[in-house]
Write a protein of this length. Structure first.
Length: 364
C-alpha cells in the first residue's frame, strides 16, 4: 500500500518536552561551531572550498554517486579532462552542489529562503548532469512516486502530493520557514526539511536541495557565520534511519522520532566539523612556519592554494602564482615534495599531479 502525503498543515503540533535535553545540546554544539568559525584565523576560502566539497560528495553519495573527494579535486586539477561517462556525471553533480552552495551564500545576504530561491539552486544542481532534462529549475507538473527501480505506482513506498496541490503547499512551506511561528529555530529547520522532502516539488534533485538547505537555514538565520556543517555525512552513514524517521512522520505523525534524529545529526556533525576545522587550522599554522625554509616568495601563496585545492597540477599552479618562469614552479614543487607537504602521483611523465595528503586525511 503506497503511503501518501500527510496533509496536516504547518506549523505542526510539536511536543517539546521529550526534546528539551537534545535541543539544548544541539544549540550548544552549533554555538561552539559558530564561535570557532568567527575566530578562525584562516582566509575563508581555505576552509570553505574543502569543507563544502566534502559535503557535496556526501550529499551526492546518498543519491548513488561513487566519486570520491580525491576524484573531484583531481578532475579540477586537470581541467576536467580526466573523466568520462558515469564518473564524469558523478563529479559534475558534486561540483554543481558546491556551486549551488557558493551561489547561495551570496544570494541569501539580507534575503529569505523562498520558492524562487530553491528553484535557482535546483537549476544549478541539475546543470549538465543526470536529471538536467527533468524540468530543471522548475516545479514538477506531473505525478511522481518513490519506490524500487522499475516498479509502478501501485508498488510505491511513498506517493507525494499531486501537482495541483503544489502551489498551496509550497506557499504554506515558504510562509512557515520565513516566520517565527515555531518556538525553536532548530525544530523549525527539521520540520521544514521533512515538509519539503514530503512535498517533493521537483521531478529530480529533491534530496540534494533539501539537504543543502539545512546549513543554509543556519547561515541565513545567523546561527552560523558560514554554512560549514556537513550534515549529509550523518544522513549517509545512517541512511536507513534517515529515511525511516522521515517515513515515520508521514505514516504515524511521529515528529518526536524524526526531530530527535535530526537534532542528534546536528550535534554529531557540529562536533565533527569543529574537530576538522581545528585540525586544518593547526596544520596550516605548522606548515606556514615550515615553508619559510623553501626560501621562495611564492611559498606562502602555494601553501594557501593547496589548502583550497589539495590536488594540484603544474598548469593550475602556474595560473595561480602568475610567475613567468616555469622553472620557479618546478623548483618550488620539488621543495614541497622534499619537505613531505606534497606527494607526486607516480607513473606520470606528463600532466604531473601533486597531492596534499595531510589535508585529504582530515577531510575523510
Amino acid at each position: 500500500m503506497a503511503k501518501t502525503f500527510n496533509e496536516a498543515g504547518l506549523p505542526p503540533q510539536i511536543d517539546y518536552v521529550p526534546l528539551v535535553r537534545v535541543l539544548g545540546e544541539a544549540h550548544g554544539a552549533i554555538g561552539e561551531l559558530n564561535g570557532l568559525l568567527r575566530k578562525n584565523v584562516l582566509s575563508p576560502e581555505l576552509l570553505v572550498t574543502p569543507l563544502l566539497t566534502k559535503e557535496a560528495v556526501l550529499s551526492s553519495r546518498i543519491e548513488g554517486t561513487q566519486a570520491t573527494l580525491e576524484d573531484v579535486f583531481e578532475y579540477e586539477a586537470q581541467g576536467g579532462n580526466v573523466a568520462s561517462g558515469d564518473r564524469e556525471q558523478d563529479i559534475t553533480e558534486i561540483i554543481n552542489y558546491r556551486r549551488a552552495m557558493n551561489f547561495s551564500m551570496e544570494e541569501l545576504k539580507g534575503r529569505s529562503i523562498n520558492q524562487s530561491f530553491i528553484k535557482k539552486i535546483h537549476y544549478i544542481i541539475l546543470d549538465s548532469s543526470r536529471g538536467s532534462d527533468k524540468d530543471r529549475g522548475q516545479f514538477r507538473s506531473g505525478r511522481v512516486y518513490i519506490g524500487p527501480r522499475g516498479a509502478g505506482i501501485e508498488d510505491a513506498s511513498y506517493v507525494p502530493p499531486a501537482p495541483e496541490f503544489l502551489t498551496g503547499l509550497l506557499a504554506q512551506w515558504e510562509s512557515y520557514v520565513s516566520s517565527n511561528r515555531e518556538a525553536d529555530l532548530l525544530v523549525q529547520i527539521g520540520v521544514a526539511h521533512y515538509q519539503l522532502e514530503a512535498i517533493h516539488p521537483f521531478r529530480d534533485g529533491n534530496g540534494r536541495v533539501g539537504r543543502l538547505l539545512i546549513p543554509l537555514f543556519l547561515y541565513q538565520r545567523e546561527m552560523l557565520s558560514s554554512p560549514l556543517l556537513y550534515i549529509s555525512e550523518y544522513f549517509e552513514r545512517n541512511r536507513p534511519d534517515y529515511y525511516g524517521y522521515l517515513r515515520g512522520v508521514t505514516e504515524k505523525g511521529d515528529w518526536t522520532g524524526w526531530l530527535k534524529f535530526f537534532l542528534l545529526a546536528l550535534i554529531t556533525q557540529s562536533l565533527k566539523t569543529q574537530a576538522s576545522i581545528s585540525r586544518i587550522i593547526e596544520l596550516n599554522e605548522r606548515l606556514k612556519k615550515e615553508v619559510v625554509a623553501a626560501n621562495s616568495v611564492y611559498a606562502a601563496n602555494l601553501l594557501d592554494f593547496i589548502f583550497s585545492s589539495p590536488v594540484v597540477s603544474f598548469v593550475k599552479i602556474k595560473d595561480k602564482l602568475k610567475t613567468k618562469n616555469p622553472q620557479t614552479i618546478y623548483n618550488l614543487l620539488e621543495k614541497f615534495v622534499q619537505m613531505g607537504i606534497l606527494k607526486e602521483e607516480p607513473g606520470r611523465k606528463r600532466n604531473r599531479i601533486f597531492v596534499f595528503q595531510e589535508l585529504l586525511d582530515i577531510l575523510k
